[in-house]
Design a protein around this ligand. Sequence first.
Ligand code: ASP
Ligand code: CP
Length: 342
Amino acid sequence: MSPHLLSVDSLSRDQIDHLLRVAARMEPIAQRRQVTRVLEGAVLGNLFFEASTRTRVSFNAAFCRLGGSVCDTTGFTFSSMAKGESLYDTSRVMAGYCDAIVMRHPEQGSVAEFAAATNVPVINGGDGPGEHPSQALLDLYTIDKEFTRLGKPLAGAHVLMTGDLKYGRTVHSLIKLLSLYAPMRITLVAPPGLAMPDHLIELVASRGHRVEQRDSLASDYADVDVVYTTRIQKERFTAEMSEGFSLSRDFTVDRAFLDRRCGRDTLVMHPLPRDSRPEANDLDVDLNGDPRLAIFRQTDNGIPVRMAIFATLLKVDELIEKDLRPVRWFVPTRVGVDDAVL
Ligand code: ASP
Ligand code: CP
């Protein structure tokens, strides 16, 4: 495996399957039943130059749960990039302090540029509208885990992706990952001007998947196994695009859509954050508590998957079980009050 995780393009099917298997072995630690110190002494540098809750905190928590420590910086204001320091210099400096680095940056390609200056593993936590490979891995892990629970095969699955497919980096990485698996049916539903880039549609179609584009969720959809909805990435809009833009309610995934168009075991996923302001028309809160809503199981899966990424890149994946002991503190059976009992 490449020393860095910058794009899902660098991962073979075998490497992806290995990461998912390592993630499954991390579950007892992620679920706070066991403790390991396999990364004791190691230091992670978390550099976030764009807003983040999940990626920043879960990479941090994953490293800590492996026994390591974390140093972080958020925003340009508190980094010396505000004084004009280059990605190259920042990278070399951070490599002298840290054993692994996670970076999120608003410009596509910037994390790869940063990684080119260091031999310390660098993970892309999101580079502008480019990619978000760790999110795609946790999305795939979620789909695989939920399908196993539901007794469904991934081969032939019908995945519907909706929302901002143009700027949504999570769907860019996810569609590429899914394309490495047995042929599926992929339906893409985007508002005008926010369609999935053509090169990704061509790539997925060339790998034998059936890809269809629709312009509204009001169309007829049959046998949808996964609805993957995304937030409109307004922070990437030009001033012209922002002017007067509002997302029609036709793109909202809610209970009515699910009851009308989907089955009892359709999964609803979203990389989050969902924009909960009413005018945003993002994923509706009326599905909260519905077992089909997998969004918080998805965020929980960020921990074992990110632990697996660290353990694999830092080559301790074979040592995890040697170092386990039971936790000693109180952990509630369900961490969320509305968590579905499956
Ligand atoms: N959190 C995801 C990302 O950073 C999705 C989003 O922000 O809408 O790409
Ligand atoms: N899914 C995701 O990347 O969330 P954050 O933007 O909160 O990190």
